[in-house]
Write a protein that binds this ligand. Structure first.
Ligand code: BDR
Ligand code: CA
Length: 310
């Protein structure tokens, strides 16, 4: 089994990533840490609890983390995800308790307890908690097996500004510190997540599972996709965060290239931009595996089959 910690700001696409992980026996879900991003921290934590309750996984600790980025004010995305972050269907308030540990303490403690090089971190939101953990306990860096994250964009540009993707835009300093930490990184940028679209036929297949999870996920997808459908004039919205979990389960669904990646922190115009040296023009060493294309039919076959297990 592959032990992972998911750091997240649910968000419908984060929620679907959590369900995909919860349904997959190849992954040992050690814990979920929450961060402010799509909506404020109190809501991302509540939403993580709702999702794990829906998955029937009351065994996974959920620890709340940073309520704001390192050195800039929080920017949220209610215009994409709705005012709760999980709009699309009415769900009961969760009864699952939050673990009393702070997310950063949980990450540090878990990495120190577990064997060096065994635990993968899966950040699906702004990288604040990960950067804080690396600041507080630099000894954990060599203990992390890999960071597999959703963030950035190169060929697609950005989705918040012309240059920047949301997760890196919200906390550019944290993204910079993670990309210069020396920890091996795999990144799923917009270039790949924009290929994984929730078309009407794919949503129907999930609704036809006939389960509560199928009903909830299809409602979330229909709410979430309307934003990108309007913006890009396409059938379906991008399932960003589930790409991280799908990569862990079936890396062959993705093509990739090892590149040098740097994050802009200073410029107002390009704040949070991921500068990916795709063509190797700088000669700088690669610090990230950058996912480029996805087998989207294979991705949805995997997702649908796994959701059917819940
Ligand atoms: C990222 O931003 C959030 O809105 C999504 O959950 C995803 O993590 C996409 O830019
Ligand atoms: Ca997210």
């Amino acid at each position: 089994m592959n032990p992972i910690i998911i750091d997240t700001d649910p968000g419908q696409d984060d929620a679907i990533a959590l369900l995909l992980a919860a349904a997959s026996p190849e992954l040992e879900l050690l814990g979920i840490t929450t961060v402010a991003g799509n909506v404020p921290l109190a809501l991302t934590t509540r939403n993580a609890r709702i999702v794990m309750e829906l998955a029937g996984r009351r065994d996974v600790p959920i620890c709340a983390g940073a309520d704001r980025p390192l050195d800039v004010p929080l920017v949220t995305a209610e215009h994409v995800h709705g005012d709760t972050g999980l709009n699309g269907i009415e769900l009961p308030e969760p009864t699952l308790p939050t673990d009393p540990r702070h997310a950063v303490d949980f990450i540090v403690q878990t990495l120190r307890e577990r064997g060096a090089g065994t635990v993968t971190l899966c950040p699906l939101g702004p990288l604040t908690n990960i950067a804080l953990a690396l600041r507080r306990a630099p000894d954990i860096a060599p203990r992390i097996r890999r960071i597999v994250l959703m963030g950035g964009g190169f060929f697609e540009g950005g989705n918040v500004t012309p240059a920047a993707e949301f997760n890196f835009y919200v906390d550019p300093r944290a993204a910079h510190e993670v990309f210069t930490s020396g920890v091996p990184i795999t990144m799923a940028p917009l270039d790949v997540t924009h290929e994984v679209l929730t078309t009407a036929a794919r949503i129907d297949a999930i609704r036809r599972l006939g389960t509560r999870v199928g009903e909830v996920v299809s409602a979330w997808m229909e709410f979430f996709e309307r934003y990108d459908e309007e913006k890009y004039g396409q059938d379906g919205g991008p399932l960003h965060d589930p790409c991280v979990i799908a990569f862990l389960l079936q890396p062959a669904l993705f093509t990739s290239r090892d590149c040098n990646v740097r994050i802009e922190t200073a410029s107002e115009l390009t704040r949070g931009m991921s500068v990916i040296d795709w063509w190797g023009v700088t000669g700088l060493p690669a610090n990230a595996q950058v996912l480029r294309h996805a087998d989207s039919d294979g991705f949805f076959a995997l997702l649908t089959e796994r959701l059917a297990r819940l």
